[in-house]
Design a protein around this ligand. Sequence first.
Ligand SMILES: CC(C)(COP(=O)(O)OP(=O)(O)OC[C@H]1O[C@@H](n2cnc3c(N)ncnc32)[C@H](O)[C@@H]1OP(=O)(O)O)[C@@H](O)C(=O)NCCC(=O)NCCS
Length: 145
Amino acid sequence: MQVILREHNGAIFRHYSDYFYESLLAEAPEAFLVAEKNNQYVGYIMCKTEFGFSNFKKLGFVKKGHVVSVAVLEEFRGNGYGKILVNESFKGVKEKQCDEMYLEVRCSNTEAVKLYQDLGMDIKQRLKSYYRDGEDAYMMAIEFS
Ligand SMILES: CC(C)(COP(=O)(O)OP(=O)(O)OC[C@H]1O[C@@H](n2cnc3c(N)ncnc32)[C@H](O)[C@@H]1OP(=O)(O)O)[C@@H](O)C(=O)NCCC(=O)NCCS
């Protein structure tokens, strides 16, 4: 995994420190996935698990998966990698006994919002000025049955 991180430094793995990636990988390797085509890494998803209030039930704490980041290299987008990565991460957090999965996405990111809706996620909340540039986010979630 170290090799992958270094190869993508400056490309798609650009936002966080190595320590952050390594801690997520250690915590939920089942939901830290890369997409590969012809021996090239073209996308990734990383998730963490948390205990918190349910996004679906009125009462009670649940174990939730949280998509921290997902991206596919620009030239490989629109080929289904994003959907596969998100779908596989659902399986990964279920293996970690999570009851739900959630994420935040820019309200303007219509392609990503559609992708998540296609996979069964609902918009649960609009988070005002969630991003540093002031844009709002949608919090989207899915409950596993
Ligand atoms: C969001 C993202 C991960 C989706 O990855 P992807 O591999 O392009 O997704 P998919 O190919 O599985 O496409 C999912 C849907 O979006 C559409 N789509 C996505 N990118 C497209 C593109 N460049 N051109 C045409 N259609 C596109 C597809 O038609 C597909 O819908 P369909 O199944 O009805 O055909 C990718 O666009 C990306 O890396 N974006 C930048 C980072 C980002 O926004 N991450 C999400 C933050 S929450």
